[in-house]
Design a protein around this ligand. Structure first.
Ligand code: 5RP
Length: 304
């Protein structure tokens, strides 16, 4: 994995905050963690005034907020690196969905403005379409631009082979179609998405988009063939299930063990009623991870 460095100072500030909060809540030691790597220890700082009198809940809340800020910074670093390295003038660009892609669209719009780039964007969801319009970028679709130069998208988890779980935000089918039409498919993620094997970090299972009338037989077939548990994804601010941009339902399959993801993806897609799965196998050609220490790590698929 390559490692790019950038914006360490703003990051190290956050790292220090979290380290300080952690040490004040769990130990009185003022030493950096013994297991710190050289890069991590270089970003460690003694907290200026440890919140000794804070209640543990208060400390936990502050640490949580600092960790969230760090994850947002990490998303931004990954997104900017991908846009800077993969987008050129006169390209058609696939725009993914989720929270990380927001930073990529910000950067894309900035580059279009500053460098006067001629870029056409193909969205992977209603959200992506709105982002493109809000940033005054040129909106297109697969009718007009069925061949894309590059697609950039987030992921819920990325394993060592660059197999992805996607669909945490419910947009997996259009994301897979757009990625499949792109010459290059690049993933952007923060450090929490980086796994050796799927399921290590992402605990919500593999999202599967289904035709609504088929959700029960599809759920039963998946459990029968592969075990685990399948749940219909329920909406949060609406009664009933989540309905996708394609008017379908989403299942989340919590698997119990590692599988041959290529075989499982093909088998699940063959179940009548399945539209697509959130398993992206052999599609991503590079992943950018924004890391806690302010670096960006780059992963390419292993050479077989
Ligand atoms: C949406 C997706 C997203 O790309 C994935 O959920 C990652 O989202 P975020 O960038 O918010 O972590 O697949 O269906």
């Amino acid at each position: 994995m390559l490692c790019l460095r950038g914006r360490v100072s703003s990051f190290s500030h956050l790292a220090a905050a979290v380290a300080g909060l952690r040490s004040s809540s769990s130990s009185s030691s003022s030493s950096p963690p013994a297991s710190s790597s050289s890069s991590a220890s270089s970003s460690w700082r003694q907290p200026a005034s440890p919140p000794r009198s804070s209640s543990p809940k208060h400390v936990r809340l502050l640490a949580h907020s600092a960790a969230n800020n760090m994850a947002e910074e990490a998303k931004k670093l990954a997104a900017h690196a991908a846009v800077d390295n993969h987008v050129q003038n006169n390209q058609v660009v696939g725009v993914g969905s989720g929270s990380t892609i927001v930073y990529a669209v910000d950067r894309l719009a900035e580059r279009v403005r500053q460098e006067k780039l001629n870029i056409v964007c193909v969205p992977t969801s209603f959200q992506a379409r709105q982002l493109i319009l809000q940033h005054s970028l040129t909106l297109s679709d697969l009718d007009r631009h069925p061949e894309l130069d590059v697609a950039i998208d987030g992921a819920d988890e990325v394993d060592a082979d660059l197999t992805l779980i996607k669909g945490g935000g419910g947009c997996l089918t259009q994301e897979k179609i757009v990625a499949g039409c792109a010459k290059h498919f690049v993933v952007i993620a923060d450090f929490r998405k980086d796994s050796k094997s799927l399921g290590e970090q992402w605990k919500k299972g593999v999202p599967i988009e289904v035709i609504p009338m088929a959700y029960v037989p599809v759920s039963r077939a998946i459990v029968k063939c592969f075990g685990g548990e399948v749940n219909l994804r329920m909406a949060v601010s609406k009664a009933g299930p989540v309905v996708t941009d394609n008017s379908n339902f989403l299942l989340d399959w919590k698997f119990e063990r590692a599988h041959n993801w290529k075989e499982v993806n093909t088998a699940i897609k063959m179940i009548p009623g399945v539209v697509d799965t959130g398993l992206f196998v052999g599609m991503a050609e590079r992943a950018y991870f924004g890391m806690e220490d302010g670096s960006v790590q780059v992963r390419d698929p292993p050479v077989n």
